[in-house]
Design a protein around this ligand. Structure first.
Ligand code: NI
Length: 261
């Protein structure tokens, strides 16, 4: 079976010791594509470096809402310049995260709007991170000119947000959380969401799927997420695996012949 880890951070220092082995293991286990996702200017640069070194790795350029406080306005310009690299296949992760205290909501909103605009301008799909910020996030999406394709990564929403995403034709991407026994809400979303709009991601080094929960995550574990989705939907594993792979190719415009490098 072929797998696509649509969202991970293997540029992080967690992998400094054995990054090459992790990448080799992924490839050996059938991970055909990896998208390494930037969370600020520095990690976006590292993601691009990896993408330039390994043919099957691509990069996403973005400033994560949690990194906005530490970012200058110029960071957006730098990010936009980096996003023009030919191995960059998406903008993000961006969005709103109101979980921690001390955040500046207005600055987060500004960075989110700017990145929506960059995605639209460069005609790239957008990777959204949402945490405890549903109302403001929907409001901004409703007021903006959106790029063609949007994914809610590591979906952590309720039924209302799920409905909204479905109505708007957005993609939802599932992490190892969907394999956790107590993640009933997320399991329900995976069960019900239209299969042609589902993707899978590890978000490595975080959120290892069961039975590796609590350990460092890595791209080869993406198959456990797909296996869980197959079980929840009651669909044949090979079939769902193929569908999720095709969805991911389509989302990142990597369909053979359309973009090859
Ligand atoms: Ni992430």
């Amino acid at each position: 079976m072929k797998y696509f880890d649509t969202h991970c951070h293997i540029d992080f220092s967690h992998f400094d010791r054995d990054r090459e082995e992790v990448i080799k293991r992924a490839k050996d286990m059938g991970v055909v594509y990896i998208v390494d996702v930037g969370i600020d200017v520095e990690t976006t640069k590292k993601a691009i470096e990896l993408a330039e070194k390994y043919e099957f790795i691509y990069a996403s350029a973005g400033i994560h809402p949690s990194e906005v406080n530490n970012s200058s306005e110029n960071a957006l310009n730098e990010m936009e310049t980096l996003a023009k690299n030919k191995k960059v296949v998406a903008i993000g992760e961006t969005g709103l995260d109101y979980h921690y205290s001390g955040i500046i909501k207005e600055k987060q909103k500004g960075f989110f709007k700017a990145q929506i605009e960059i995605a639209r301008k460069l005609n790239l799909p957008l990777i959204i991170h949402q945490r405890e910020s549903k109302e403001d996030l929907i409001k901004i999406l409703e007021e903006s000119d959106l790029p063609e394709k949007i994914v809610f990564h590591c979906f952590d929403g309720d039924e209302e947000l799920e409905k909204y995403c479905e109505e708007r034709g957005f993609y939802i991407s599932f992490t190892g959380i969907v394999t956790f026994k107590n993640a009933l809400k997320v399991k329900e979303v995976a069960k019900n969401y239209p299969v042609e709009k589902i993707m899978a991601e590890t978000d490595a080094p975080f959120l290892s799927p069961h039975p590796f929960r609590g350990k460092r995550n890595e791209p080869m574990f993406v198959k456990y997420i797909i296996k869980e989705i197959a079980e929840l939907k009651g669909v044949n594993l090979e079939k769902i695996s193929e569908i999720i792979f095709t969805n991911s190719l389509h989302f990142f415009n990597l369909t053979p012949g359309v973009r090859s490098n």
